[in-house]
Design a protein around this ligand. Structure first.
Ligand SMILES: Nc1ncnc2c1ncn2[C@@H]1O[C@H](COP(=O)(O)OP(=O)(O)O)[C@@H](O)[C@H]1O
Ligand SMILES: [Mg+2]
Length: 195
């Protein structure tokens, strides 16, 4: 399966894409986030949390390796994992990820080559920063998100739904629309819902 590329202009755009993606996710789904420090993996996960309607805030799990965000409604919980400090292979099995995987949507930052062996299906999300930015002082930078579905969960109808969800937040130029210009999905404000 070839990658579905989406470009974003700023952090809000990356959140908007993830939020739209949340609409097609189901309990048991695994997203593997790949990209260097500052690429937007946590920002993406914030959008996902908003889209799923889970209790926030979603932040960099600096001191914990795994954080569970319970759903505020009937949808799946969000399990947010930072695998950076985990070595390849073995360590991840200690996380007891498998117990949560069936009921939650699981996102693993730095997950590439660390978690794929635990599941038969996953969505790889690669975040790339451009080599060159026009204004290095502008905090907003373009990013390219590349979504690649793997495994039987992502059959043709599922991929069509995925593409349709992305299309709702993408302009004709392939760039994610600004948050204001997309329909509000009535998600919980993760900062206010904290605890
Ligand atoms: N298009 C964009 N998408 C995501 N983040 C962006 C974008 N432009 C600027 N940023 C900024 O880049 C930083 C990304 O940080 P973060 O999401 O924590 O990255 P990571 O988890 O990959 O280390 C944030 O400060 C965010 O505001
Ligand atoms: Mg992060």
């Amino acid at each position: 399966m070839s990658a579905l590329p989406v470009r974003t202009r700023d952090a809000e755009g990356t959140r908007t894409v993830a939020q739209a993606l949340a609409a097609v996710l189901k309990p048991g789904d695994l997203l593997v986030l790949d990209g260097p420090l500052g690429a937007g993996k946590t920002t993406f996960t914030q959008g996902l949390g908003a889209g799923l309607g889970v209790r926030g805030p979603v932040a960099s799990p600096t001191f914990v390796i795994e954080r569970v965000h319970p759903n505020l409604g009937a949808g799946p919980d969000l399990v947010h994992v930072d695998a950076y400090r985990l070595g390849g292979g073995g360590d991840i099995d200690d996380l007891d990820l498998e117990a949560d995987l069936d009921r939650a949507v699981t996102v693993v930052e730095w997950g590439r080559d660390r978690v794929e062996h635990l599941v038969d299906s996953y969505l790889m999300v690669e975040l790339e920063r451009p080599d060159h930015v026009d204004d290095p002082h502008d905090p907003d930078e373009p990013r390219t998100l590349r979504l690649t579905p793997h495994g039987p969960r992502w059959d043709e109808p599922a991929i069509i739904r995925l593409e349709a969800a992305l299309a709702t937040v993408t302009g004709p130029d392939g760039i994610a629309l600004a948050a204001e210009s997309t329909e509000s999905t009535g998600v919980a404000d993760s900062t206010e819902e904290n605890r």
